[in-house]
Design a protein around this ligand. Structure first.
Ligand code: 6R9
Length: 679
């Protein structure tokens, strides 16, 4: 519980000297103001943005206590602005029109392009006109299911420009998951692409979209328009000319497998060709919604996390500036997919609000070889780099040669996000990737928080490998015990946040009660993160993992209940229980116990089918590593599955703790005997 003692790493002078926050004293001073006088702190930051009209009421207002009535959080209510305008027009007015907003690096080395702020504004205006022509209005939801291409950013910003709420679904999710999200958000327009290659694997996004649209139709909901970006194009005979020419030589072409529905499907490039490149932004209230994004919850159904305009804008911009110590002219690269919150806040909004030049990468770290990331770093002279612990652990396995082949001398700040980083991976990132001269920023946050919560600042915070260190400006963390009592000094317990910050989610789309129940019920007066943590003697925070029924696989939160319900859909399965299991690269992986119906046989074919079921219902990220036959499951007398015991069985730990509430303890021995051979 005390200091984990992996040593302390001080910011290097060359980073400290020109940084926005260049000492821990300066951090403390700014932090104090941010939490004691949020209005002054954020008000000053707000002056850097464009407001059509100023805040009329209270600068911030909230209720965090369910006993006092409905939970609400508001920042700058009454002010009007447009986030897209601040990302584009406002930067162009400041003279950034000709600077590159994004370098796009395709899956195939050599397949690349770039777009300036001026050019991007024109594309966004065209797309805004396209959406308006499709009947999209302020407040309508637009589903986006796209690969990592510039058109994805164009689509997001076009939604923001007209006040539509984008709901981006990660391209790795299955048709069922996409359909569930379209239905929940009632998005009648879907923007997708024909397909994408990731490494050598092709994902046929249009086919998946068609299946999802059909599922929505079967459930009584009509997607009226499906706009398709031609990214891979129709296959033509060599020499036939035409469409094939827009392809760089290496990008393969595909032919769509599914039917084209003339009344519903349209090519993006056809619509864009006819659209005007002018569009006056729709001016929105500070608390109008900006986007929604689904995240796994403890119950099966994903939650549509809703973020609003002004607060999210201030928070995404400010965290980007300070946590990456971003300065004009620097090249920034976040390797996340825009389909996750990290991509929303730290590829699109945060960097653009800082007028940054960023890299968007379509491919993956190991293809064509394990040096791809460092090749890209050298190609664009990336100085601020942001990735996930799972990527670092994967690259570690391939050794240092792939790293050393590339100079990486432009690098200054190396960020991580998504899950706790083990000290070994932290040290490899620091010593090998960063050549011992970069700052590591281990950023702890959530889809719900909109931006960083606990994080070092590169020029100010002494780092400890494995700790997300100290709170960002405006964050007031506390550690509470099971009874909701705040603990002092070094301690371990539930991580809660005591005071709202501008980038906080405002509700679960369509289910405000679920928002209150999930985040504010257990400990009234606090926002519950759902993570456990340790606070050491220096006040540093160490996240210990989830305390609810979710697990973190390769930085992606998965719901045990959602995987269980996918397994139960198989006709042979009577009951299923899912727990997490440690994994050297993914951090955690999925371990399932299944009880079969009478007369059903447990064999390899069934295991294959069950994995297929999870892939179909959720997507490849949720596919179980291990599936074990469970003739009986350990349950309490009231019938609750004891996952705590199952976690021990999965790990082959015989010490089960208190099992006095277990209805039938004889099942346990059988489960220990039935553990899969490959665990
Ligand atoms: C941004 C993002 C959120 C959950 C969060 C926690 C885990 C994220 C972490 C971390 C330890 C870090 N998490 N960053 N745990 N150290 N630096 O990942 O959002 O997908 O909503 O996941 O991820 O458990 O509660 P999201």
């Amino acid at each position: 519980m005390a200091d984990k003692g992996e040593g302390v790493y001080m910011p290097h002078d060359h980073i400290r000297e020109n940084s926005h926050v260049s000492s821990i004293e300066q951090y403390h001073k700014m932090y104090k103001e941010s939490v004691e006088n949020p209005e002054a702190f954020w008000g000053k930051i707000a002056e850097n943005f464009y407001w059509k009209s100023q805040c009329t009421g209270k600068f911030w207002e909230y209720n965090y206590d369910v006993r006092q009535g409905e939970i609400f959080i508001k920042w700058m209510a009454g002010a009007t602005t447009n986030v897209c305008y601040n990302c584009l027009d406002h930067n162009i007015e400041k003279g950034l029109g000709d600077s590159v907003a994004f370098y796009w690096e395709g899956n195939y080395p050599g397949d690349a392009s770039q777009i300036t702020y001026n050019e991007l504004l024109k594309e966004v205006c065209k797309c805004a006109n396209v959406l308006i022509n499709k009947g999209v209005k302020k407040g309508d939801r637009v589903a986006i299911y796209m690969p990592m291409i510039v058109e994805l950013v164009v689509a997001m910003l076009a939604c923001a420009r007209i006040g539509a709420v984008h709901s981006i679904v990660f391209g790795g999710f299955s048709a069922d998951s996409l359909a569930g999200r379209i239905l929940d958000s009632k998005s009648s327009v879907l923007i997708t692409a024909d397909g994408v290659y990731r490494g050598e694997k092709m994902l046929n996004l249009k086919d998946i979209s068609d299946t999802a649209i059909q599922e929505c139709q079967d459930a009584g909901f009509t997607v009226t328009s499906c706009i398709v970006v031609r990214h891979l194009g129709e296959k033509r005979e060599p020499g036939a000319g035409g469409d094939v020419e827009h392809h760089p030589p290496k990008r393969p072409c595909i032919k769509l497998q599914t039917k084209w529905h003339n009344d519903r499907d349209c090519w993006w490039h056809d619509l864009m060709a006819d659209a005007s490149d002018q569009f006056e932004p729709v001016w929105l209230d500070a608390e109008d919604p900006l986007f929604m994004l689904y995240t796994s919850g403890s119950t099966g159904k994903p939650k549509g996390v809703l973020h609003t305009q002004a607060g999210y804008m201030l928070y995404a911009a400010t965290t980007t500036k300070y946590v990456f110590d971003y300065k004009p002219g620097e090249i920034y690269w976040c390797t996340a997919d825009i389909g996750w919150i990290t991509g929303h806040s730290y590829i699109t909004y945060g960097p653009m609000l800082n007028g940054a030049t960023s890299v968007i990468f379509e491919g993956m770290p190991l293809w064509p070889d394990a040096g791809r990331m460092w090749e890209i770093v050298d190609k664009y002279k990336v100085s601020k780099f942001y990735t996930a612990p799972t990527a670092i652990r994967t690259l570690m396995k391939f050794g240092e040669d792939y790293v050393k082949k590339h100079s990486r001398k432009s690098l200054k700040v190396l960020g991580t996000v998504g899950e706790p980083i083990n000290p070994e991976a932290w040290l490899w990132y620091y010593n090998v990737i960063g050549d011992k001269r970069c700052s590591i920023v281990d950023t702890y946050w959530q889809t719900e928080t909109g931006g960083h919560v606990l994080t070092p600042l590169p020029g100010a915070t002494p780092a400890k490998p494995g700790s997300a260190t100290l709170p960002f400006f405006g964050q007031v963390p506390a550690v509470v015990n099971e009874n909701g009592e705040e603990l002092d000094g070094p301690c371990e317990g539930y991580l809660v946040l005591k005071q709202p910050w501008p980038g906080q989610m405002r509700t679960v789309y369509g289910d405000h009660q679920r928002f209150e129940r999930t985040y504010f019920q257990k400990f009234p007066g606090y926002y519950l993160t759902g993570d456990g943590c340790i606070r050491d003697k220096d006040g540093y925070y160490w996240i210990t993992g989830r305390t609810d029924d979710t697990m973190n696989v390769s930085g992606h939160l998965l719901s045990t209940a959602e995987i269980e319900s996918a397994l139960i859909e198989h006709s042979a399965v009577a009951e299923a229980a899912v727990v997490s299991y440690p994994h050297s690269i993914k951090g955690e992986c999925v371990y399932c116990f299944v009880t079969l119906k009478e007369g059903k046989l447990f064999n390899d074919a069934l295991v294959g089918e069950l994995k297929g079921k999870v892939r179909q219902k959720i997507g490849p990220i949720a596919v179980p590593e291990y599936i074990q036959n469970a003739p009986g499951l350990p349950k309490t007398r009231s019938g609750k599955i004891m996952r705590r015991v199952l976690r021990k069985i999965a790990r082959n730990q015989q010490d089960l703790g208190d099992i006095s509430t277990m209805a039938d303890s004889s099942v346990v021995e059988v489960l220990f005997q039935n553990r899969p051979k490959n665990v």
